[in-house]
Design a protein around this ligand. Structure first.
Ligand code: CA
Ligand code: CA
Length: 292
C-alpha cells in the first residue's frame, strides 16, 4: 500500500499599484491550477519523497511573480533498536542504532521502566542507568524522524538480582552425633528473584564439590571425630549464600559396645564356670569321705 499525504500550500500576496488579479498553483511538473484570490490550496495524494510547489501571482496590469517551495513527504516511521547491552549488579548499559530511509532520524528517545522518555539526540548512541533496585526492569528505545513520525519502541527486559539464595541445611543438625561413616547431607534452597544455579559442598575445609541443582549429597568414609560441612549455593547472577554445620561421627563406638557386651558375656560365663567348679570341689571331698 502506497501511503499518500495531503499538503496545504499557504501564501501571502500584495500588489501596491493595480492589485492582484489571480493566482495559480502547481505541484511538481503538473499543470497550473487557477485558484482566484485564495491564499491557500491543498494538494491531495502526494507520494513520499521530494516535491516542489509553485505559486504564480498576476496583477491587473498583467505582471506576474513566481515563487516556489521544496519539501519532503515522509510518512514512514523510523526504527531504533537496542544493538548491545550489558547488565551489571545494579545497572544496565544499552546502546542503539536508529534508521530512517525517508527524511532521516531527528532524535532517539530512551525510557527506563515507567519514567519519562529522555531525548538522546543524535550525538549519543548509548546510556547507562545505575542504582537500579532488585526486580524486573525494562529499557525502551525509539526514534523520531525529521517529519515527526515516532517509531515503535524496541524493548530490553532484564532482571536485577543482588539477593543471595535462601538456604537451610536439613541434615545433619548442628552438633549431631552420627553412628555411621556415611552421611547424606540434605538441604533446601530457593531464589526469589532469579534461580539457583548450583550447590556445592565442602567437607572439613576441603575443596567444594558440585551437587548441581540437587538438594542432597552422600559423603562416605568419614572417620570418627568432629566434622564440618560448608554448603554454598549460587544463584543465576552469581550471588552466594553459605551455611556451615558441625557434627560428630562415632561409627566405631557401636562396635566397641558389642565387644564390651561380648566380653561381659564371656566374663559372666567364666564366673559361672568357676562357681560350678568350686561347687564340685566342695562336694568331692564329702563323696570321697563316704567312700573311705
Ligand atoms: Ca521517516
Ligand atoms: Ca538471587
Amino acid at each position: 500500500m502506497t501511503m499518500l499525504a495531503n499538503i496545504t500550500l499557504a501564501w501571502t500576496m500584495s500588489d501596491a499599484t493595480s492589485g492582484v488579479s489571480e493566482c495559480q498553483v502547481a505541484i511538481d511538473s503538473e499543470p497550473w491550477i487557477l485558484v482566484g484570490l485564495n491564499t491557500s490550496h491543498e494538494f491531495a495524494g502526494l507520494s513520499e519523497g521530494n516535491h516542489t510547489a509553485w505559486l504564480n501571482v498576476t496583477d491587473r496590469a498583467g505582471w506576474f511573480a513566481l515563487d516556489n517551495v521544496t519539501f519532503m513527504v515522509d510518512l514512514t516511521p523510523p526504527y531504533a533498536w537496542n544493538s548491545m547491552y550489558s547488565i551489571g549488579e545494579t545497572y544496565v548499559w544499552v546502546s542503539w542504532t536508529a534508521l530512517d530511509n525517508t527524511s532521516g532520524v531527528a532524535d532517539v528517545q530512551v525510557q527506563l521502566d515507567d519514567d519519562s522518555w529522555i531525548s538522546m539526540g543524535l550525538e549519543k548512541n548509548n546510556e547507562t542507568f545505575s542504582g537500579l533496585e532488585d526486580g524486573n526492569h525494562a529499557v525502551r528505545i525509539r526514534a523520531v524522524d525529521r517529519a515527526g513520525n515516532v517509531g515503535p519502541a524496541s524493548t530490553l527486559n532484564f532482571l536485577i538480582d543482588t539477593a543471595p539464595p535462601e538456604i537451610a541445611i536439613v541434615w545433619p543438625g548442628d552438633g549431631q552425633v552420627i553412628d555411621s561413616s556415611s552421611i547424606t547431607v540434605t538441604w533446601m534452597m530457593d531464589d526469589a528473584l532469579s534461580y539457583v544455579s548450583r550447590a556445592e559442598i565442602s567437607l572439613d575445609g576441603g575443596s567444594f564439590m558440585s551437587a548441581g541443582t540437587d538438594e542432597s549429597m552422600t559423603l562416605e568414609g568419614l572417620e570418627d571425630g568432629d566434622h564440618t560441612i560448608r554448603l554454598r549455593v549460587i544463584d543465576a547472577m552469581g550471588n552466594t549464600a553459605e551455611e556451615t554445620v558441625s557434627f560428630v561421627v562415632e561409627a566405631e563406638a557401636g562396635t566397641s559396645g558389642l565387644v564390651i557386651a561380648a566380653i561381659a558375656v564371656i566374663v559372666i560365663a567364666a564366673v559361672l564356670v568357676v562357681a560350678y567348679v568350686a561347687l564340685r570341689r566342695k562336694k568331692t571331698p564329702d563323696d570321697g569321705q563316704k567312700k573311705t
